[in-house]
Every structure is written in C-alpha cells, then in structure tokens.
Write a protein that binds this ligand. Structure first.
Ligand code: UD1
Length: 442
C-alpha cells in the first residue's frame, strides 16, 4: 500500500465522490430514461415471444442486474447503443435466483409476466431494505384473486395458476394502498388473462402509464392507466414492439434541486413537467424561478430562498424518492421547514448525515423539522440508500470545503455517470477509487 493510499479517505474496495463545494453551475443537463420505467418494461418483455426493442435505456447497475436475471431465465438480451433488445422465445425457467433478485426489489415484479406466460413462477421474496419493510402482500392478494395458488416457503414465493388450463382469470381487484409495484405486476398479469380485470385504487405514477404504453404497443387492451381505475381486457397473445422509455422525472428533479441548492441556473431536458408538478410548485414556493423552455425546464434562484413544508404522497403528490434531495436544499434556506415522510417508515436516515455537515434538523417520528443555516460544511458522509446518496451529492455541491460521499453502490443504481455530467456544468466533483461498473458488469 502506498502512502497516498493510506492517506486517502477511501478504503481499498470503496470508491467515493470528492466534491469541492460552492461552485456555481451553469448550462444544460440531459435527462436519461427512467430507471423505474425501464426495469418494469424489461419485465413486461417476457409477456411476448417476439422481440421487444426498448429505446432510451439508462446505463445503470440496476438495469444490468435485471438483464442478468432475465438472461438466467433464458431471455435473449443485447444492447444496441442506448437501446436494449429482448427476446423471450427461449424463456425456459421461471425461478430467478435469490443471489440476483436480492440486489433488486423490482425483480419481484417478474412474477406477473411469468405466471401469465407459463402459469407458474418461483420468485424469492424481495425482503425489506434500508428505507422500510416493503411488503408484497398486495401483489400476492391480486394474483390469488386471478386464480393463483401461492405458498411461501424458505423465503420464496411459489405461485401456480389453478385450473383454467393454466390461464389467469380476469377479476375485480381493490388494492388496499395504491402500490406502484402491485399495480404494475397485476396489470402485466392481466394482459394475457381470460376476460376483464378491473384494478381499483391503482397507482397513478407516470411509470404505470409508461408500462401501459408498452403493453398497448404489444397489443394489450388497457384503459384508464394514470387514473385510479385501470381496466384490462385479456388477449391470447402479445406481439413485438419498439418503444422509448420516458425521461426520468426523479433524475430531472434531482438536477433542478441541485441548481437551487447551489443558487445556480440550469436547463434540464428532456422532461415532462406534468410528471413533476408537485416538485416544481415547491421549488417556486422556496423562491426559485421555474421556466419551461423547449422540452425542458430552466431553474434560476433570483433572490433569497425560504423554507417550506412538504409531505410525501403517491403521485401526483410530492414523491418520496425526492424527499431526501429536497431536504438537502432546505438545510440552507432561510427559516423553518417541516418535511413529513408518509410512504416509507425508515426514510430519514440522511438526516444524521446532513447534521454532520452542520444542518439544524430535529426529527419527531416521521417528521423532520429544519432550521436553515447559512452554509453547510464539507465532511465525509455516506449515502445510505439511492436517493439519500443523491441528497449527499447536492449537499456537497452547496457546502463550504470538500465533501467526500461514500455509498456509491447506491448512487450508481439510479444515476449514470453523475460526476461526469455535473463536471460539464461547472461542478468540481471527481470519483476516487474504483471506477463505476459498466452496464451488465454489476
Ligand atoms: C416504487 C418505486 C420506488 C418508489 C415507490 C413509491 C420502482 C422500481 N420503485 O417502489 O422508487 O419509492 O414506488 O413511490 O418502481 N405497500 C404495502 N403493501 C404492499 C405493497 C406496498 O403496504 O403489498 C406500501 C409500502 O410499504 C409503501 C407504499 O405501499 O408504504 C408504497 O410502496 P410501493 O408503491 O409498492 O413501492 P414499490 O413499487 O416497491
């Protein structure tokens, strides 16, 4: 080991971002395809034997993990630039391994397409994660209503369609909560079921609408995606399709929030402003100027920023995935802010890290109460989950001095080459240690 390695804040196997804060950002940031859409669209490709071409795929470790899971089941997968071509005519297995699925909760969503295609699936329970317990009760309950017998043993959900020649049966399902994953799982299952399925209290997230877009392009009959009631009339077979993933609203908003936190001017494109109304309203409430321009949004900070209250909600409310990044912004605005997390029970872990940078935050249950301070100070911090890691980067960009952000295995799940893109708009940010794994090498 060299002296430099001994002095480095980085362990031998761990990479970090080093950020020299307080640089003004200026320019344009390009938004990649949405991770949460891309993952479920990949799962949906299993519903057809024909080729599915997905354009605008983000280059993320989560996408690489999902590709590996699909390949292990017999799905053909190859990349052509930023497009992925998937072909499931060779789908032979219905039992993804725990080794792969434990890395990616969204892999559980495969249970719907596998049951629709083969009438049988064995998928490990995804388990909880750092932000909460993340049950899949609603997914299983809906599948049971469609004629599936489910047993859970040794942490694995074994599911088999009963009777009806192995074909799922359309039915009426009332979700207890508008779960995004349950809505997507059941929507995919219902496309090949016999008869009509009505999903009530469905999630209305843009990613659900995007999934319906692909499924319709494959020949599915779906009405109402984006509202709380979705009707799916089952068909016998789905065909191939060529489909572009929507821009990532969470990535777009992360960039807009970074512009506000550094009191900068950034143009973020392409994006769909209607996917982010609740966030854009909060940026305006704290004093940012938010202007639609072309296919994107320009954010500027004309004067002093002030605190606001926010509460995470299912779409179209303020997204839980942006609670941590927005909190990083609120640490340095004038006055008091109340941030209430209502979706996940353990999603305030970034508070302790922000406090280490000098943020004044108290928590009471699921509420964080912030008193803005003039400036954060750069220290070594850890991103404890994907969006907490993004919050640490935003805090580091705004802070005085040098911030080292660890936990990049989380960050790389959802943001492709973040440091290179931020460098291009003036940030002094670099990666120390191992370089980020390329797609499929995760
Ligand atoms: C998806 C997103 C994730 C986002 C979350 C909420 C993907 C890959 N991930 O996760 O980034 O943070 O939506 O917007 O799309 N619940 C139950 N029972 C269930 C299922 C869920 O009580 O059976 C509860 C959860 O505990 C949580 C809430 O519903 O409180 C939302 O979870 P859900 O919408 O299912 O999240 P995911 O689909 O896992």
């Amino acid at each position: 080991m060299t002296l430099a390695a001994l002095n480095s804040p980085v362990g031998l196997n761990e990479s970090q971002l080093s950020i020299v804060g307080r640089q003004r950002l200026e320019g344009e940031l390009h938004v990649n395809g949405a991770k949460n859409s891309a993952l479920v669209l990949m799962a949906a490709s299993v519903l057809s034997c024909d080729s599915i071409r997905l354009r605008n795929m983000p280059d993320l470790t989560d996408i690489g993990t999902m590709a590996k899971i699909l390949i292990s089941l017999g799905v053909g997968f190859h990349l052509e630039g930023s497009s992925a071509v998937l072909r499931s005519d060779g789908l032979t297995r219905h039992d993804p391994s725990y080794d792969l699925t434990r890395k990616l909760r969204a892999s559980f969503f495969l249970i719907g397409p596998l049951l629709a295609r083969h009438g049988v699936a064995k998928v490990p329970l995804p388990g909880g994660c750092r932000i909460g317990s993340r049950p899949v009760r609603e997914h299983n309950k809906g599948l049971q209503a469609m004629g599936v017998r489910i047993s859970i043993e040794g942490g694995v959900v074994s599911a088999e369609v009963q009777g009806n020649h192995g074909r799922l049966q359309g039915c009426s399902i009332d979700l207890d909560c508008p779960s995004v994953g349950a809505t997507e799982t059941l929507m995919m299952a219902a496309t090949l079921a016999e008869g009509e399925t009505v999903l009530r209290n469905a999630a209305q997230e843009p990613e659900v609408v995007d999934l319906a877009g692909l499924l319709k392009a494959m020949g599915a009959r779906i009405h109402g995606a984006g509202s709380s009631t979705i009707r799916i009339s089952g068909v016998r077979k789905l065909h191939g399709a060529d489909y572009a993933v929507i821009p990532d609203r969470i990535e777009a908003a992360t960039f807009l929030i970074a512009a506000a936190a550094t009191r900068s001017r950034l143009h973020v494109t392409p994006m769909e402003p209607n996917h982010l109304n609740a966030v854009l309203a909060k940026l305006e409430e704290v004093g940012c100027s938010v202007n639609p321009q072309g296919q994107g949004i320009t954010v500027t900070t004309p004067g002093q920023l002030r605190g606001c209250d926010l509460r995470t909600q299912p779409f179209p409310g303020f997204p839980t995935d942006l609670q941590a990044p927005f909190m990083a912004l609120l640490t340095t605005v004038q006055g008091t802010s109340f941030v209430t997390e209502t979706i996940f029970e353990n999603r305030l872990q970034h508070v302790a890290e922000l406090q280490r940078m000098g943020a004044q935050i108290r928590t009471c249950g699921n509420v964080a109460i912030l008193e803005g301070v003039p400036m954060l100070s750069g220290v070594a911090v850890t991103g404890t989950d994907l969006r907490a890691a993004a919050a640490m980067v935003i805090a580091g960009l705004a802070a005085d001095g040098v911030t080292h952000v660890a936990g990049l295995e989380h960050l790389d799940r959802g943001y492709a080459r973040l440091e290179e893109r931020l460098q291009a708009v003036g940030a002094r940010i670099s990666r120390i240690g191992a370089t980020r794994p390329a797609l499929l090498a995760a």
